[in-house]
Ligand binder design. Structure first.
Ligand code: GLC
Length: 636
């Protein structure tokens, strides 16, 4: 489903909203659904947004901000003028789902709740998600002004916290595929699966341009090339924001800015991470050319929220830099949407919490992903405003931006899960798209001329992690870090092999590569176990000794040995390239990793190319690196 005549930038966005919002209200004469009438209804003169379709019966007298026929700015100003300081500060507050107690949404007037990685309902299924988020929404609508909250998730490779959702390849694999249309379609599918569950804010895409593959977040980026990052992140954002249903889903270019430029050994993270959330010493010209450029394109393409970066630039935490968060993002790039902090990132600015809060808000942070202690945040900021350390004008500016995005999204007209889309979550069509993407992301490093493999051989040996959905999905899957195992439905590489070969072909599975039989083909899947963020920081990204052992054992029994590397980044392969006839990079192919086998056996074309250089020695890694073994763009 594509937005007709896709217009770039905000004009498309506003146009789509106006059409949809008026449409929603024009069919508003629906019977009052008492179960959604709030207990305050008698005192309030406003109409509750009633059924899950969110159609308002009529615009109550005096509540102009509920009139969708008015301009967004008129609605913002009418609502802002009604708000108390506490209500304004509540809108600037985002709390993570496991820290929200019953009544908190109403008590603080929370502007947003998020699911961090693994923030899931007890029964992790799409309908339970819709029930969970709708319950928060009901509470938000039940208080005086009835401002809907916006629910945020990291749907960075599909709606990946939800069991049963389609898990697409991580961005590094999409960078290898290099297909903007494919990425746009993935954005659309992701938005549809989100809408079904009531989540309308996606903390994606990552716009990082990673300069050091030792960084644990390398795989969240499309490439180490600015132009590829720009092309694909804009495609994802346009796809994500193209679904013409209320509420409009919004993406979040992140992490602003130059998160991918962090330098090894500069992280001061308490968990001992070595590079993630660290510092970059690059000059302003390089920062603008390499790392800021994708944000200009994303903002011009209609980005309405941006997330700040944990990292520092020239020794100063970006969350406290007004020259960047306001100077570059607002003055230079003209961004007028909302800027949200990263997870507790404000706290890192200064050991004195009040100083940290004042610095961040005055620098330009509009909403704080606190994410735990609403009381401390709201109390500290309120005192700072009352003491004049944070001007009330700054609070009003932040709240205007938040309200503007909520009105643009149609959240006031349609705040609830779009439950008729629930069958789309993990649908056959979306899984087929993910499988195509997995195939398109495969890159032959060596021996590509030996592909495709013969589908009618007598025997194939499959070894390593070929039958593990969790491994293929990587981090940010069901839980924050992800994990090996049968964590969510999907089709593994092994299943793809079994489907590709003939009925007469015998497929032997031996995870460690032990066998007594010889086979024409051996497929050994090696690489990395799942990780996320700084947990994945590693000084020497390389195959493990266990990997090498499996490869050696398989080598002794097969004619053609194919090594498949499942990893979040290029890895030092050592002797694997001497032993293998073919080595391919499959990156993190997702729940439909069977697509990797489709590429190996010619069911799908082999079209992937390296999204970043692949080293074969440690001196080819990091800034100032030596000439790499295989350059970006390689396929062979
Ligand atoms: C994390 C990440 C950020 C994510 C946020 C919410 O720490 O840095 O990318 O969107 O917290 O999960």
């Amino acid at each position: 489903m594509k937005a007709q005549g896709r217009l770039a930038g905000r004009c498309w966005y506003t146009l789509a909203l106006a059409v949809l919002a008026v449409g929603a209200l024009s069919v508003a004469a629906v019977s009052r659904d008492d179960e959604h009438v709030s207990e305050n209804d008698e005192q309030s003169d406003s109409v509750r947004l009633k059924t899950p379709t969110g159609k308002a019966e009529s615009v109550p007298e005096g509540r102009r901000y509920l009139d969708a026929s008015l301009s967004v700015d008129e609605r913002v100003e009418d609502l802002l003028a009604r708000m108390t300081l506490e209500e304004k500060l509540g809108q600037m507050t985002q709390i993570e789902v496991d820290s929200v107690n019953p009544g908190d949404v109403a008590h603080y007037g929370l502007g947003s709740v998020l699911s961090g990685g693994g923030g899931v309902p007890p029964d992790n299924n799409p309908e339970a998600w819709a029930d969970m988020i709708d319950a928060f929404q009901e509470e938000a609508l039940s208080i005086r002004l009835g401002i809907p909250l916006i629910y945020g998730v990291d749907a960075v490779h599909g709606h990946n916290n939800v069991v049963g959702a389609t898990i697409f390849p991580h961005n590094i694999g999409l960078g290898a595929a290099g297909d903007a249309e494919l990425v746009r379609d993935i954005g659309e599918a992701t938005a549809i699966e989100m809408l079904a569950t009531g989540a309308s804010w996606n903390f994606a895409p990552v716009l990082a341009v990673p300069q050091d593959i030792r960084w644990g977040r390398t795989y969240e980026a499309y490439s180490d090339d600015t132009d590829i990052v720009t092309k694909l992140s804009v495609a994802f954002l346009e796809g994500l924001q193209s679904i013409e249903r209320l509420p409009l889903v919004v993406g979040t270019p992140k992490h602003f800015v130059a998160d991918g430029a962090v330098e090894w050994g500069t992280s001061e993270h308490p968990e001992g991470w070595r590079i993630d959330q660290g510092d970059t010493s690059i000059g302003e010209e390089e920062l603008r050319e390499v790392h800021l450029a994708p944000y200009k394109a994303a903002i011009d393409a209609g980005a309405r929220t941006v997330m700040g970066s944990f990292s520092s630039w020239q020794g100063v935490k970006l969350h406290g830099r007004r020259d960047v968060l306001t100077g570059m993002l607002r003055d230079d790039l003209g961004f007028d949407g909302l800027l949200v902090s990263d997870w507790g990132a404000i706290d890192q600015i200064d050991p004195d919490y009040r100083t940290a809060v004042v610095t961040a808000v005055n620098a330009g942070i509009d909403m704080n992903m606190v994410p735990y202690d609403a009381q401390r945040w709201v109390g500290t900021l309120k005192a700072a405003v009352q003491d004049g350390d944070v001007p009330l004008e700054r609070i009003d500016e932040a709240v205007r931006r938040i309200l503007r995005v909520k009105f643009e999204m149609g959240l006031f007209e349609q705040p609830f899960a779009v439950r008729e889309l629930l069958p789309e979550v993990g649908s056959k069509n979306h899984r087929a798209l993910a499988r195509r993407a997995a195939a398109a992301s495969v890159v032959p490093l060596v021996g590509g001329d030996r592909l495709p493999l013969d589908r009618s051989v007598g025997r194939v040996l499959v070894a390593g992690e070929a039958d593990d959905v969790g491994t293929a999905a990587g981090g940010w899957t069901i839980t924050w870090q992800g994990r090996r195992g049968d964590i969510t439905p999907g089709a593994t590489i092994l299943q793809g092999v079994e489907e590709a070969v003939s009925a007469e072909t015998h497929v032997e599975v031996s995870r460690l590569g032990h066998t007594d039989e010889s086979a024409e083909i051996g497929i050994v899947v090696v690489g990395e176990a799942p990780y996320a963020e700084g947990v994945g920081d590693v000084e020497v990204p390389a195959l493990s000794e266990e990997d090498h052992g499996i490869i050696a054992r398989a080598r002794a029994h097969v004619d053609t040995l194919v090594v498949v590397v499942v990893s979040g980044r290029p890895l030092l392969l050592g002797t694997a390239t001497d032993l293998a006839d073919v080595v391919v990079a499959a990156w993190l192919p997702g729940s439909e990793a069977a697509g990797v086998a489709d590429a190996l056996f010619g069911v799908e074309e082999l079209t992937g190319t390296l999204p970043m250089a692949w080293p074969d020695a440690i001196d080819q890694i990091g800034p100032g690196r030596a000439k790499p073994w295989l350059p970006r763009g390689h396929s062979g």
